[in-house]
Write a protein that binds this ligand. Sequence first.
Ligand SMILES: [Zn+2]
Length: 236
Amino acid sequence: MGYYTYIIAAVVVMIWSFAVQANLKSKVSKGSKIRASSGITANQVVQQMLRDHEIYGITIEHKPGQMTDCYSPKEGKIYLSDTTYGQDTISAIAIAAHECGHAIQDKENMPLYEFRQLLAPAASIASKAGPWIVIIGVLLSAYASRSNSDIGYAISTIGIVVYFVAFLFYLVMLPVERNASSRAYKDMKTSGWVSDDQLSLAHKVLRAAGDTYAVALASSAVTLLRLIAIRGGKRR
Ligand SMILES: [Zn+2]
């Protein structure tokens, strides 16, 4: 990938990222102003959804902050943020149902979910370490003798492989997140927690949240291609 192609790709992803963030903010805030027609709270949604899917032993806890909602399989907990915990808004219910979607994926041993869990710790290290390893290899190639130049190239290649683990994580994350949202939507549709109008807003909230993972994947792809370009060809 040429330098200008990279700049264009990076700028496009950046603009897209801003648009996705703005859309998410707007959808979540819209959904936070409307209370579910049934009056059910996010906590009750979690309890009911888990029971319906015969999942037991998971507790709900408040995690202070914004967008801190998550399912922790290790702790057997579903954490709900300030705007979700105990709230009866459309956004709160959609987000709580999405987290239950992850608990169901876990219970069903969904292969992609398990793969994501496996990759998660390595991916966080790989995304930071990969680029540095590539740079060390490139510096070695540029300033060392001919024989060390081959070593530099090999080191850079290792850096690319390391970063690929992070890319793979984002690649797996996107369908896992979309799947958790479609499970949430399915249950919201059949449960009667919200009215039909509210259901379409809930769908938009879930969709907007899912788009952030598409941006993360695109951004990671651009970085991966850039690292390959930085490494360049073997010195002759
Ligand atoms: Zn999720």
